[in-house]
Ligand binder design. Sequence first.
Ligand code: NDP
Ligand code: GDR
Length: 325
Amino acid sequence: MRVLITGVTGQDGAYLSQLLLGKGYEVFGLVRRSASADVIDERLRWLGIAGKVHMVDGNLTDLSALIRTMQDVKPDEVYNLGAQSFVKSSWQQPLLTGQVTGIGAVNVLEAVRIARPQAKFYQASSSEMFGLIQEPVQSEKTPFYPRSPYAAAKLYAHWMTVNYRESFGLHASNGILFNHESPLRGIEFVTRKVTDGAARIKLGLATELKLGNLDAKRDWGHARDYVQAMWLMLQQETPDDYVVATGRTVTVRDMCRLAFGHVGLNYEEFVKVDPAFMRPAEVDVLLGDPAKAKAKLGWQAETSLETMMAEMVDADLFRHRSRMR
Ligand code: NDP
Ligand code: GDR
């Protein structure tokens, strides 16, 4: 089995590659050209799989490159994980976010439709599409209300995936994934920012941590668990859309308490609120109902928030101690 993963250098791309290599897949990853090519595979290296993933030069905005990639790789499964994925940046770069996160997904769908229609397709949809929530617990049936250029772009990609399934019979599925984190999470996302901050303060490298809205609530799971749900969706006979979540929601404040508590610190002494990290429109609370994923895929989240935060803080302590040596 051959698989093509866009966004292979990101958090989920790394864990999905690890999962699929373990299942015997030949893994191809689309990588956009970078002047910092020496560090682009950092997450794959962290997992010890860098040499095992075939890197293919390309970009989500370049349809011709995507079509050629489908022709050359001939994948059985395509996972579209590539995106401008940082919500806050999407107000600063709304057009780029639309081109990469929205149109980029349609470019991949087009390339599949034109060059590899038998491939199964996964689209990385997002709980951000629920935005200003219309129901206290969000399921596949909850109406969407996007609150950022990122969420609006994801919503377009989501409906285009549904549309290509219904119009052209593609085996195309959306995973509506709630926030998922890990030691490989990008440093600007709040959990990793907090675990990195707690590690720095513990080691005497910093004295405070500036954050935005501490009252926001998120349903946080572990990326390692969530990539399994992605794979399971493509093993089903019929394509469909699934919410992937833990079913528990926690404030940023309480997440800070867990991270700092793991190294014996009281977050209240170090965390400062800085308006610079507030958003023009906030998603106040997200809480997913993973019942369909459990019933149809047999999937459920395995890692608790407590265990995950401890793993992330330990990884950041390790990183900083290695640099200090
Ligand atoms: P990351 O931000 O860690 O990874 C994004 C990936 O997309 C990177 O490999 C990045 O490459 C790549 N990329 C960005 N722009 C382009 C482009 N123009 N062409 C090709 N590749 C590009 O995201 P995650 O791994 O956390 O998330 C994976 C997907 O799931 C994303 O689509 C995200 O929006 C979505 N999602 C994530 C959730 C989460 O909680 N993590 C929840 C729900 C959805 P580079 O390394 O060069 O920057
Ligand atoms: P999110 O994740 O926007 O939910 O998108 P992020 O970790 O950036 O924010 C979560 C919540 O924390 C609040 N917050 C802060 N956030 C950041 N980044 N930095 C801060 O200093 C800070 N202080 C408070 C935010 O306001 C927000 O409420 C992630 C991404 O992975 C998306 O790609 C994905 O689709 C969604 O999760 C589901």
